[in-house]
Design a protein around this ligand. Structure first.
Ligand code: ADP
Ligand code: MG
Length: 258
């Protein structure tokens, strides 16, 4: 459970206004509205197919709403210059997507190079995510899965991103590595004053890392609460059902421990 001090109020940073996205006539995101304050760490949870990735993709315009509007810092993302928009967003995917033939340094530098932005301080970028500077010359295959994902995070944050969007970034990793990476993300979020959305299907991870947990089902929000409220069962039945597994596990572990 979160024991962090409350986030300073910096106003809405990510706003969805009645956003609908359909595929083949079926709504993946259904008239969804939400407002996320700057500086908030949100965990977005929901079963497979509930619309999490579609929601995320509409923020950096990999997808376009059929109806409604997504705003970043008050501006409709559809009206923004797409390069400028994506430069403000660090995006981390589940399959890290490093270029296998490029060194770690080149992988971190490439989005900035394409955007014509200033070069990245690779040493600082690596240090930020807890990797040694001499990894710069290695190839992705010479790193573990967790280390590769750290490079993915370093790359996402190499520019001046003020948003960090992560779509199931730890899905393929073992629980220990996953836990360490989660803490790294939370630390970077706090240090850099980011606004973060982490998509995860792991409710325990969501409760431990986030300031706010949003539960999605069928493209709609069925729960929106702080971890403390979630644990106290102060959400709707459907969202509370997602708490059943972590609650049962906690109870069983407590029992085992006597
Ligand atoms: P999640 O990330 O929560 O698993 P998605 O946003 O990927 O959910 O998908 C939500 C729904 O939209 C699913 O029913 C999925 O099949 C559908 N969908 C997502 N992307 C596409 C696409 N490019 N083409 C057709 N259907 C899609
Ligand atoms: Mg997804």
């Amino acid at each position: 459970m979160s024991t962090r001090p409350p986030v300073r109020d910096r106003g809405p940073a990510i706003v969805f206004e009645q956003v609908t996205k359909r595929y083949d006539g079926v709504s993946a995101v259904d008239a969804l509205s939400m407002s996320i304050d700057a500086g908030t760490f949100v965990a977005l949870v929901g079963t497979s197919g509930s619309g999490k990735s579609t929601l995320m993709r509409m923020i950096n315009r990999l997808d376009q709403p059929d109806q409604g509007c997504v705003r970043l810092d008050g501006c409709d993302v559809q009206q923004e210059d797409v390069i400028k928009l994506r430069r403000s967003i660090g995006y981390v995917f589940q399959n890290v997507g490093l270029f296998p033939h490029m060194t770690i340094a080149e992988n971190i530098a490439i989005p900035r190079r394409i955007a014509g932005a200033e070069p990245v301080d690779i040493g600082a970028a690596l240090e930020r995510v807890g990797l040694p500077a001499d990894f710069a010359g290695r190839l992705p295959a010479q790193l573990s899965g967790g280390q590769q994902q750290r490079v993915g995070i370093a790359r996402a944050l190499a520019g001046q991103a003020s948003y960090l969007l992560m779509d199931e970034p730890f899905g393929a990793l073992d629980p220990v590595t996953r836990d360490q990476l989660g803490h790294t993300c939370r630390r970077l979020h706090d240090e850099l004053g980011l606004t973060t959305i982490l998509v995860t299907h792991d409710m325990a991870e969501a409760l431990l890392l986030a300031d706010r947990v949003i539960v999605l089902a069928r493209g709609r929000i069925v729960g929106d609460a702080t971890p403390r409220e979630m644990l106290a069962g102060k959400v709707g039945t459907e969202a509370d059902a997602m708490m059943a597994v972590p609650r049962a596990q906690a109870a069983r572990l407590a029992e085992l421990g006597g």
